[in-house]
Design a protein around this ligand. Structure first.
Ligand code: GCU
Length: 836
C-alpha cells in the first residue's frame, strides 16, 4: 500500500471502546491537496431507503465526515457525476447514465471500483456488491491511501457465512465477549441496536449470511413469537446485504411439535418441517437456509431411525429449495464414547466414514460444513481428509474466530496464519493440484455452491469478542472468505491501520506480536501435533494434558511412561492416514516424511525419538515450552513501548491482557513440562524443569490462617500443593525470611483466581506495602473462569524492581471472598533479566 507523503498527522478518536471495530472513521489530518483528492458529492442509485446502496451512501457521508471532516451531500439517481463518488449496481448505473465500457465481468456480489476518472465509480453486480465496494473505498480513505485504482473484485465463493452459537437464554456457547446481542430470556431482544452495528461490521468484510442461534439448537426458536423476532433481526441485516439463517434441532417435530417421531422419512415429520419452513419464509422471504448439527455430541439425528445423514440433509434441502434456501449440514458427526484400549479406534476417522459413501446422494442445495481439521479447532491439525473425499457434494470449511482452544481471547492469538496453512494445503486429489481453498470454494470440482463459515460468537461487550486484539481474527476471516489468497500479514496490517491508526511503530509492533502469536501459543500449549493440551473436559482453556486420555471423547495423546502420540498409520495404527489421497497418505504414513509439526498426530514414538534437530521428542517439548513462554514475555515489553502512541483506553486494555498472558504462558510451560517429566522421568538437559532456584513455595512459608491444599491436576501447582485460607471470612498470612542475596528483584506471585469471589491480596516487605491485587479476572479478562484451583484459574502477578535485603521478611496477606479462599501457589524473586 502506498501512503502519500502529505499525510501529516493522524488523530485519535474520542471513545475507543472498540464498538466500531475497524470502522472507526477516525480523523486523519491532511493538507489541502489531500482534500482535492476527495469527492465533493455522493450519488447513489438505490431503489429504497433500506437497500444496501442507500446504506453505502450514508457510510460514505459518515466516512468522509469522520476521517477528513468533509461534509458531502448525497443525491439519488442523478447522473451528475463530476468529482463525485457514484454508487449503484451496474444495471442501475447504465439506466441512469447510459452504456459503460471497460468493466470486466462481475460475478454475483462482485464490484468494480475505480478512482481513476473524474469521479469515483463503485458499481456492484448487485446492491450488496456496491456496498462491498464502498467499504473497500472507505478502507482506502481511512488508511490515507489515495492511489488511483481501477479493478473488479469477485468473491471466491458464494457462501461467506458466520455462525453464532447463541442460546435462547442469552448465553453463548464458547463465547467470550459477554451475553448474546440477539437473545435474552428465551426470546429475541427488543433493542436491536447492536445487531445493526454487527451487520455493519460483517458487511464491511463481505459476509453475506449469519446463523444467529447455537448449533446445539433449541426448538423454541420456531415458535410464532420467536419467528416474528427472527423477522425483525432479518430486517436489520437486510439493508447490509446479509441474510439470516437458523440452526435446527433435529428432534423438533417430537420435542416441540408433539409428534410421536422425528424420523426424517416419516410423512408427518416431512409435513411438519414443511409447515415450519413455510412459516419461516412467510416472515423472512430471503432466509439463507438452515444449519444442522445432528448425531453429534448427544444431539438427536437420523441414526435414531437408521436413516442416513443424506436422508436428513435432503429432508431440509427439499423444504427450503423452493425458496432458494440452502442446508449447511455439519460433518462434525462422531461417537464420543470411543474406547481407548482399542488401538484402532479414532475419532479423526469419523467424518470420512460417515460421509464418503453418501457422496452424490445429497440434494444440490446441501453443503457439508467441515471443520478445518478432523478433531476440533486444535492449535495444529492436518486438514480434514473429508475435503478430499467428496467430489459430487458441495462443501464449506468451518473456522473458528472465537478462540475456544486458543486462549479464549485472554491470550493474543492471530489465527489467520493457521487458516492460511489449511487453505493453502494441496491435497493432490487424483494427483492433481487441489488446494483446500479450491476444493471448498467449488472450483476444483466445478460445484456451484461452496465457501466458508466461521464460528464468531460476538457478544454485548463493547469489544465484541472480549478483547480488542481478537477482532483482527474476525476481520481476517471475512477477507479470506472473499479471497483465500490474501496474505495474512497484509490483512493484519490493514486491520491495524483501521483499528489503531497509521503510526508506524504501532503498526510494526502489532504486526510482529500478532504474527508471532500463533507459533508462540503452539510452543507453550502443545507442539509436534499433539494438539492443544488444554482441559477438554471442563473449560477448554488452561493446561490439563491428562484430560485428553482415558475417556470416550477421542482426543487422545496415548502418552505413557515411554512413548506418546497417536499411531494413525495404515500399517499399524488407526488407518486414518489412508483417508488422504495417495501422495498425502504416503507422506503421513512414514514417520520420516511426516512434517515434524504433525509427528505425534500421526505416529506413536518414544520420548527419546530423535527429531531432525537432533533433539529428542521430550527435550523438544521442554525447550519449546520454555521458548514459547519466553517469547510471550516479549509481547508485553513490545506493547509497553507503545505507551502514548495508542489511546489510553485501549493501551491499558491490551497491556492488561498481555500482562496476564505473560504469566499464564509460564503456567502453561510449567504444567506441561512437569506433567511429562513426571510421566517419563526423563530430566530436562537444561535443568530447568522442576528446578526453580528463585522460587519460594507458599506451603513452605510460615502460615497463619492459611492451610495447604493438594491441587488437581497436580502439574498446575508448583510442587502439586498450594495454600488456601482456613476460613471463608478471615484473612490468612504467609510469611518468610528472604534467603537470596540482597539486590533488586522482580517479584512474581502465583495465585489462583477463582470464579465465586474476589479475594484481595497484599504483599509487604518488612511491613512496608509493596503491592496488592484483587482476584477479579472473571470481570477483567475474557476466558471461561473456573471454580477450582487448576490450570485455568492459575494466575501470576508481577511487581517490578523491588529492592530486597537478605533477611527481609516477605509477607502476603490474603483476604478470602465468597467461595474463593485467597489461594497462593508460590512467589518467585527474579533478578533483572531472569525468567524463572
Ligand atoms: C466443540 C465445542 C462445543 C460445540 C462443538 C460443535 O466440541 O466445544 O461447544 O458444540 O464443538 O462444534 O458442535
Amino acid at each position: 500500500m502506498q501512503l502519500l507523503g502529505f499525510l501529516v498527522f493522524l488523530g485519535v478518536a474520542a471513545a475507543e471502546d472498540g464498538l466500531k471495530g475497524w470502522l472507526r472513521y477516525a480523523p486523519l489530518t491532511c493538507s489541502d491537496r489531500c482534500h482535492s483528492n476527495l469527492p465533493s458529492g455522493i450519488v447513489t442509485f438505490n431503489t429504497t431507503t433500506t437497500s444496501p446502496v442507500y446504506v453505502a451512501g450514508t457510510e460514505l457521508q459518515n466516512g468522509l465526515q469522520g476521517i477528513y471532516k468533509k461534509n458531502v451531500q448525497v443525491t439519488h439517481k442523478k447522473c451528475n457525476t463530476a468529482s463525485s463518488v457514484v454508487v449503484g449496481t451496474l444495471d442501475q448505473y447504465r439506466q441512469a447514465c447510459g452504456a459503460v465500457s471497460g468493466i470486466p465481468d462481475l460475478e454475483e456480489d462482485g464490484f468494480w471500483l475505480s478512482t481513476k476518472g473524474s469521479n469515483v465509480q463503485i458499481l456492484g453486480q448487485n446492491e450488496r456488491g456496491a456496498l462491498y465496494g464502498t467499504f473497500e473505498y472507505l478502507s482506502m480513505l481511512a488508511q490515507g491511501n489515495f492511489s488511483k485504482v481501477a479493478y473488479a473484485s469477485n468473491p471466491s465463493a458464494p457462501i461467506r457465512w458466520v455462525n453464532q452459537w447463541d442460546n435462547m437464554d442469552g448465553s453463548i456457547e464458547r463465547g467470550y465477549g459477554g451475553p448474546s446481542i440477539f437473545f435474552k430470556n428465551g426470546q429475541i431482544v427488543q433493542d436491536l441496536t447492536r445487531v445493526t452495528e454487527y451487520a455493519r461490521l460483517l458487511a464491511s468484510i463481505k459476509i453475506n449470511a449469519v446463523v444467529i442461534n447455537n448449533v446445539n439448537a433449541n426448538a423454541t426458536l420456531l415458535s410464532p413469537t420467536n419467528l416474528e423476532g427472527v423477522a425483525r433481526v432479518a430486517d436489520v441485516f437486510r439493508p447490509y446485504g446479509i441474510q439470516v439463517g437458523l440452526s435446527l434441532n433435529f428432534a423438533s417435530p417430537q420435542t416441540f411439535g408433539g409428534l410421536g417421531t422425528f424420523d426424517p422419512l416419516d410423512a408427518s415429520v416431512i409435513e411438519w418441517w414443511s409447515n415450519i419452513t413455510a412459516q419461516v419464509y412467510e416472515r423472512v422471504p430471503d432466509m439463507a437456509g438452515y444449519l444442522v448439527k445432528a448425531d453429534s455430541e448427544g444431539q438427536p439425528g437420523p441414526q435414531t431411525y437408521n436413516r442416513t445423514l443424506a436422508d436428513a440433509a435432503n429432508l431440509f434441502a427439499k423444504g427450503v429449495q423452493p425458496y432458494g434456501g440452502i442446508v449447511m449440514y455439519r460433518a462434525f458427526v462422531y461417537d464420543h464414547h470411543l474406547n481407548e484400549t482399542n488401538w484402532r479406534d479414532d475419532r479423526a476417522n469419523a467424518a470420512v466414514e460417515f460421509f464418503k459413501h453418501l457422496d452424490g446422494e445429497f440434494e444440490d442445495n446441501v453443503v457439508i460444513q467441515i471443520k478445518y481439521g478432523p478433531i476440533d479447532f486444535q492449535v495444529r491439525e492436518p486438514v480434514s481428509p473429508l475435503f478430499a473425499n467428496l467430489v459430487n457434494t458441495s462443501m464449506a470449511i468451518e473456522l473458528q474466530v472465537t478462540q475456544e482452544y486458543l486462549g479464549q481471547q485472554s491470550h493474543l492469538v492471530y489465527v489467520a496464519p493457521l487458516w492460511k496453512e489449511i487453505l493453502n494445503f494441496d491435497l493432490r486429489i487424483d494427483q492433481k493440484p487441489s488446494l483446500v481453498s479450491d476444493v471448498v470454494t467449488g472450483k476444483r470440482f466445478k460445484r456451484k455452491l461452496g465457501g466458508s463459515a466461521a464460528v464468531v460468537n460476538v457478544g454485548t461487550n463493547s469489544t465484541w469478542l472480549g478483547s480488542h486484539m481478537s477482532m483482527s481474527n474476525l476481520y481476517a476471516y471475512g477477507r479470506l472468505a472473499w479471497n483465500p489468497s490474501d496474505d495474512a500479514e497484509e490483512i493484519l496490517q490493514d486491520w491495524t491501520r483501521l483499528t489503531f491508526g497509521l503510526n508506524q511503530k504501532v503498526l510494526d509492533t502489532i504486526t510482529r506480536i500478532s504474527m508471532d502469536s500463533w507459533p508462540v501459543y503452539e510452543q507453550y500449549s502443545g507442539n509436534l501435533g499433539i494438539q492443544t493440551l488444554t482441559d477438554i473436559i471442563y473449560t477448554h482453556y488452561g493446561p490439563s494434558p491428562a484430560s485428553q486420555d482415558n475417556n470416550g471423547w477421542g482426543q487422545w495423546t496415548r502418552a505413557d511412561q515411554t512413548s506418546i502420540g497417536m499411531d494413525r498409520t495404515v500399517s499399524n495404527g488407526t488407518r486414518f492416514s489412508g483417508q488422504y489421497p495417495k501422495e498425502i497418505a504416503a507422506m503421513y504414513e512414514d514417520v520420516e516424511t511426516t512434517p515434524e509439526e504433525l509427528l505425534l498426530w500421526f505416529h506413536h514414538v518414544n520420548y527419546t525419538h530423535r527429531l531432525s534437530s537432533g533433539k529428542t521428542v521430550i527435550q523438544h517439548f521442554y525447550d519449546s515450552h520454555y521458548t514459547g513462554a519466553q517469547r510471550a514475555q516479549g509481547f508485553l515489553d513490545q506493547w509497553e513501548a507503545l505507551q502514548g502512541k495508542v489511546d489510553p483506553e485501549r493501551y491499558e486494555h491490551v497491556r492488561r491482557f498481555l500482562d496476564y498472558q505473560t504469566g499464564h504462558s509460564i503456567i502453561w510451560r510449567d504444567a506441561i513440562n512437569n506433567f511429562y517429566y513426571n510421566l517419563s522421568g526423563i530430566p530436562d538437559e537444561g535443568q530447568r524443569v522442576d528446578h526453580h532456584p528463585w522460587c519460594i513455595e507458599a506451603e513452605s512459608m510460615k502460615l497463619e490462617g492459611y492451610k495447604t491444599y493438594d491441587v488437581t491436576p497436580f502439574e498446575t501447582a508448583s510442587g502439586a500443593v498450594a495454600i488456601v485460607t482456613t476460613s471463608n471470612s478471615t484473612a490468612g498470612t504467609a510469611s518468610t525470611k528472604i534467603q537470596f542475596p540482597s539486590g533488586t528483584y522482580d517479584l512474581a506471585v502465583n495465585y489462583y483466581d477463582l470464579y465465586g469471589g474476589k479475594s484481595q491480596w497484599k504483599v509487604y516487605l518488612n511491613d512496608r506495602p509493596i503491592g496488592q491485587w484483587v482476584g477479579n479476572s472473571e470481570e477483567t479478562l475474557s476466558h471461561t473462569p473456573s471454580i477450582y484451583l487448576d490450570g485455568h484459574s492459575a494466575t501470576r502477578v508481577k511487581f517490578r524492581k523491588i529492592k530486597v535485603k537478605r533477611g527481609d521478611t516477605l509477607k502476603i496477606i490474603g483476604m478470602p471472598d465468597g467461595t474463593e479462599p485467597a489461594p497462593l501457589d508460590y512467589v518467585a524473586l527474579l533478578p533483572a533479566g531472569t525468567l524463572d
